[in-house]
Write a protein that binds this ligand. Sequence first.
Ligand code: G6P
Length: 612
Amino acid sequence: MCGIVAYIGQNEAFPVLIKGLQLLEYRGYDSTGVATLNGTLNLYKQKGKVQDLLNFTANKKTDGTVGIGHTRWATHGQPDNQNAHPHVSHSGRLSLVHNGIIENYATLKTALQNKGYHFSSQTDTEVLAHLIEDIQTEQLVPLDEAVRLALQQVRGSYAIVIMDKDDKTRLIAARKSSPLAIGICKNGEFIVASDAMPIVEYTNDIIYLDDEEIALIDLINGLKITTLDNKSVALNIQRVDLSPEMFGKGKFDTYMLKEIYEQPSVLRSMINARLDPQYRILFDELLPHMDKFLKARRIIITACGTSWHAGLVAKYLFENLARITVDVEYASEFRYRNPVLFPDDIVIAISQSGETADTLAAIELVKEQGIFTYSLVNAVGSSIARLTDAVSYLHVGPEIGVASTKAFTGQVTLLSLLAIHLGYMGGKIPTQQYTELSKELEKLPQILAKTLICNAQTQKIAYLLKNHKNALYLGRGYNFPVALEGALKLKEISYIHAEGYPAAEMKHGPIALIDENMPLVVLATNESQKEKIASNMHEIKARKGIIIAIVDEHDTQITQIADYVIVVPAIAEPFSPIVSVIPLQLLSYHTAVALRCNVDQPRNLAKSVTVE
Ligand code: G6P
């Protein structure tokens, strides 16, 4: 939540900041601001998107070779010009951008107000600007020391960058529980950002700050990192494998559609990298830990949002194929529940961004108890990836559309590979079945490419769906989590209320909602449950519900009951979620487009939820 970017070097800061903010808009987009420095401070803030700020600054003075920028997702104080960042200290000397929440801001604010400080916003962030300046002037310490002393008083999470009007050669950055990366360019420039995207156009050499670290970025003396308790930190420069082309929309109008269409190719790369020529599955990163997996009493999967749905599919996969008990936990509930944990449990975090605050906190909790942790993450070098004892990366490329698509299918594919691998290693899957399942997965990318042919049909059905206020999504077995995911996709981008349910549970409540105005999306691709699904559909038809069924190419039975049918290719049942979710992604996409919604940046949402 909230994106921050900063630049210091020999070139103009403003274009770097604007470009960076555009790439970070997925983190929040209710207001934007920049400050650049060239003797005087050029400070501009606007409610709305980066484009609104760009229009506003069109004929204004923006020059300067140092600057900071922010794109906001409001927590404290409504989205308006006043609450937008950067925030400026009492004297106007310091300006600051912040991602996170200062939990004890009210106490700090009262103390500062009692000393005569005036606040011009309702944000928690403004407290930081005044507090740092207060320490700087009272204790006569350099800015980096004032930042350190101020942060020692702060509870909560922060990624901050601070600029001093009187010093255009330095920036100070710090983080705790909110991400911050520093790009180190060959020509002595530095770019600081919430993730690597704004940086890689200029350099692939990046330092990811760790919690409670403060960076003094000095154009003359270079970069120095210290901890909150003033210990010096060695610079750990990583080379990231990302290029600016990965962040474009290509031939598509939206990131979401591009990412839906990327699924066959990114999954092909994943599967090819994980299968050897004899169809053996490779998880080299887990070799040192395999014993732990095979002896695990239980796997606990913790995640949020779409990643939680992928975890729920994994429960079916791991229990069926590897015969391992799996619990799937919302990270936000798990972390506060005082859960019972056993030393031989394994906790798996699933996260596209690797930065979700609740998932991160859940992992911190179990690590404190000495439990082995493992993560499936897309964003390389992210906090969750670095915190867990082992990590497997999805490598599906940056996902920018707020509604997760290729990350979900990437997660489920990787979890399928892992379930088969563990099943085989633990003696639960015989060699022949192991090879058959691996071969079936190898066909998945081709099958997904064929699945995308349903695009035209989903577009037609979207014209029906867009006229309704509610929808129900039903599935059984492997397709139950897909029903949840389909409903989430529809509500998050088209704002149509939708609920996912296990098909048989319909009788315990949702059936009361069914009449001739209720569309029901029924997932009917799993062969083993077809009879049962057909019965559920008859129950719906008896109440005049409108059925949109997802069926596989061999179906004859379901097609006769449904009002509308979307046909997808057949695949072995454990992998059916990866195929059946595609029409649901497309259905929500076309519905949102038909309703003229902003598909990539739906209202109130953000892609990376770094606050609880
Ligand atoms: C937000 C995003 C979702 C995502 C969820 C979890 O709600 O909008 O698309 O599934 O966070 O994020 P993560 O990065 O941990 O997978």
